[in-house]
Design a protein around this ligand. Structure first.
Ligand code: PLP
Length: 437
């Protein structure tokens, strides 16, 4: 995996770009999306798995899907669609967007669509429509109502079973509402032979921000036992879908080659022990595809002394920019992007909202380190997944603060392109949204 961060002469370079220089050129608050990073991440994971496959003689394929829910930017989904083997959808609306993307690229008609989530009739009907249009779609069944409804359509649609796994990450998800319980699985395994549906996939969602090998293997083994049972009855079961939750390159030294090798050799060993064909592995990657592509940059515009540490106020809202961090404790790197070689001081950061929760500092230390100089910029590194959906991109934000200028940087025909996707939001944009004429 390419190393994205580098410090040179006191400035942070990201993906080869001096972030302070970009901030000065385009102004702050600024959000920059490096679209190439998305394709590079996807391709490097596919390479790691293909290398492991060849080394181990693993006979199944590795199928990389982009989990759209991580970022609904058209450019982000399109970029990931081009490199990945298909798209994963999580709702009726997501499937509509996915078929629109497929229609835009008829040359990729054969890529895969995997549909997850709880499905009411609108979502099931859209799956049937997508199937009827000739797309390769797998519906991952999450409950029996969905199964019965789909079965009543009398069509040879490919389906999978999402296995309910009691979470090994108890602290994060005390209870998981997804997936089929043992009695539902048994019912489907007994019944599906009397239907036209084709069982192809065993699915579970490997959740968790941090990769821990023993927990990963434990989850995998639980789901594998369902693959074993299903495969014995139905040779059509060829896919083992591990969902999302791919380890993230937060630790820049994480070794994806060895992760791929560990995963495939464990699966190979289980298959050989049970005299089974090795399944295709499907990964539905949201954060892994999108997170690292985006950084936000703010300038320190004021200092205020009211407590133990001086408040350094930035020209944006940290709370709005990092909803996943504030709501779910997702780690996102917040750091100065310039003056990193200068003497430091201990401060706390705050956004320019009128909200006392709009603050940031290292909780374990009680402060944030920034240079003693005056022209300080702060970067939020890795805001590409989930932040946009959670903070309502293009919406009305806290204290009516304008949404950041939105800059895309990517390569086209070997040349660098810079494109302002949206200018800094204006108060007129906000009036339009709230219908204030
Ligand atoms: C079924 C399923 N697949 C994939 C994902 C994407 O997960 P991540 O963004 O951690 O890769 C999720 C996330 O909620 C999910 O529920």
């Amino acid at each position: 995996m390419k190393k994205l961060r580098e410090i040179k002469n006191g400035d942070l370079y990201y993906n080869g770009y001096n972030l302070k220089e970009l901030a000065k050129e385009y102004g702050t608050p600024l959000k920059i999306t490096f679209l190439d990073v998305i394709g590079e991440h996807i391709n490097s994971l596919k390479e790691a798995f293909n290398k492991a496959k060849n080394e181990l003689g693993y006979t199944g394929k590795f199928i990389y899907l982009n989990a759209n829910k991580a970022n609904y930017g058209k450019e982000e989904i399109e970029t990931s669609f081009l490199s990945s083997d298909g798209l994963e959808t999580s709702s009726y609306y997501d499937l509509l967007l996915t078929t629109k993307m497929f229609n835009k690229h008829p040359e990729f008609k054969n890529k895969l669509i995997v549909s997850n989530g709880l499905k009411l009739h609108d979502y099931c009907d859209a799956i049937v429509d997508t199937y009827n249009q000739g797309y390769d779609i797998i519906d991952i069944i999450d409950d029996l109502n969905e199964y019965e409804y789909l079965k009543s359509k009398n069509l040879p649609i490919k389906v999978g079973m999402r296995i309910h796994l009691s979470s090994l990450y108890e602290a994060e998800v005390p209870d998981d509402r997804f997936g089929l319980m043992a009695q539902d699985i048994k019912y489907i395994l007994d019944d599906i032979k009397n239907t036209k549906l084709i069982l192809t996939t065993i699915h579970y969602h490997q959740r968790g921000f941090d990769y821990e090998e023993d927990k990963f293997k434990e989850n995998l083994l639980k789901a594998f036992n369902h693959y074993l049972n299903a495969k014995k009855l139905y040779p059509t079961v060829v896919n083992f879908d591990i969902g999302g939750g791919m380890p993230l390159p937060i630790e820049e030294n994480f070794n994806y080659d060895s992760f791929a090798k560990t995963t495939l050799s464990y699966l190979k060993e289980l298959c050989e022990k049970n005299h089974l064909d090795m399944p295709n592995i499907i990964g539905e990657n949201g954060k892994f595809s999108q997170k690292d592509s985006t950084v936000n940059i703010y300038k320190v515009v004021g200092v205020k002394n009211t407590g133990a540490y001086p408040w350094h106020i930035v020209d944006g809202s940290l709370l709005i920019a990092l909803p996943e961090m504030y709501a779910l404790g997702e780690p996102i790197l917040v750091m100065p992007i310039n003056n990193l070689d200068k003497p430091m001081q201990q401060v706390r950061l705050a956004g320019i909202t009128c909200d006392c929760d709009d603050v940031f500092f290292d909780k374990s230390k009680g402060y944030f380190e920034i240079s003693k100089k005056e022209d300080n910029y702060i970067g939020l590194i890795g805001t590409g997944s989930y932040q946009n959906s959670m903070n309502g991109k293009g919406g009305v934000h806290h204290c009516l603060l304008p949404e950041e200028k939105d800059l895309l940087i990517y390569t086209k025909d070997g040349k660098e392109v810079r494109e302002i996707r949206h200018e800094l939001q204006t108060i007129e944009d906000v009036y339009r949204i709230i219908n204030f004429k």
